[in-house]
Design a protein around this ligand. Structure first.
Ligand code: GTP
Ligand code: MG
Length: 225
């Protein structure tokens, strides 16, 4: 275990116009040919596990970094740094989501000019992160099988705003440990968001991850031209 993680304690911004700042950041990163992806989920759905799998598979083709956000601790950034990925840890001091100025503080610590893809691991919850634009070009959420297939009914905004939904922990499917119905979930999600891409996968076994990384590669090619 190395102690190679840069830690930044961020505070809620007093600047009101987060949406305008998000548009400006998106434009700036498009011009720099850097794809920023905002990854959201409830605590423990598998954000860090998926980031480890994803960066591990794409490391020969893309220069990548991760901005981790947590209320406390540097555990997640350390896990990524230990795997060889550049990772910044933002500590939000009780705050439940990231806004653009917080993301900007993370970006300021990275050499964005040489990076093709930057992932944000947002604070774990399905409510507040859905309400704040981070300036990312893509919003991606994870729902894990043990959370249940009823979540689109309870947290519709999150499912409505995302470009892609990862259904993680599919290794639970078909076992007595869950009654999760993937078809029913897809029906519920499509009612909220017809265009969303859905990737069932297991960050544990690796099953289904290639479809996700292939899509990411297409998105990076489109964005970074
Ligand atoms: N069975 C199974 N377990 C998984 C899978 N993906 C992650 N896990 C486990 O789920 C737990 C939480 O995973 P994390 O990757 O830390 O989840 P997270 O969303 O980053 O969690 P927070 O950052 O705390 O919100 C860990 O014990 C992982 O090993 C999966 O596909 N299948
Ligand atoms: Mg995590």
């Amino acid at each position: 275990m190395t102690d190679s993680v840069k830690l930044i304690k961020v505070r809620e911004s007093i600047q009101a116009d987060n949406d305008q700042q998000a548009q400006d950041l998106r434009k700036e990163l498009k011009a720099r040919k850097t794809l920023l992806i905002n990854l959201m989920s409830s605590p423990g759905a598998g954000k860090t596990s998926l980031l480890l799998q994803t960066t591990g598979r794409l490391k020969d083709e893309y220069r990548m970094a991760v901005i981790e956000a947590d209320i406390d601790s540097t555990v997640d950034a350390q896990r990524l740094a230990d795997s060889g990925v550049e990772a910044i840890q933002l500590q939000t001091d009780g705050f439940c989501h990231l806004d653009v100025p917080m993301v900007q503080q993370g970006l300021d610590s990275l050499d964005t000019h040489v990076l093709d893809i930057i992932f944000i691991e947002n604070v774990g919850n399905l409510v507040c992160p859905a309400e704040f634009d981070t300036g990312a070009a893509l919003d991606v959420m994870i729902l894990s099988v043990p959370e249940g297939d009823d979540k689109p009914l309870k947290y519709p905004l999150m499912f409505s705003k995302c470009d892609a939904l990862i259904v993680n922990k599919t290794d639970f499917l078909g076992t007595p440990l869950t009654d999760f119905d993937l078809e029913l979930l897809e029906k519920r999600v499509r009612k909220l968001n017809r265009e969303i891409r859905i990737f069932p996968l297991s960050s544990r076994t690796g099953e289904g991850i290639k479809a996700w990384t292939d899509w990411l590669a297409t998105m990076a090619a489109e964005h970074n031209t």
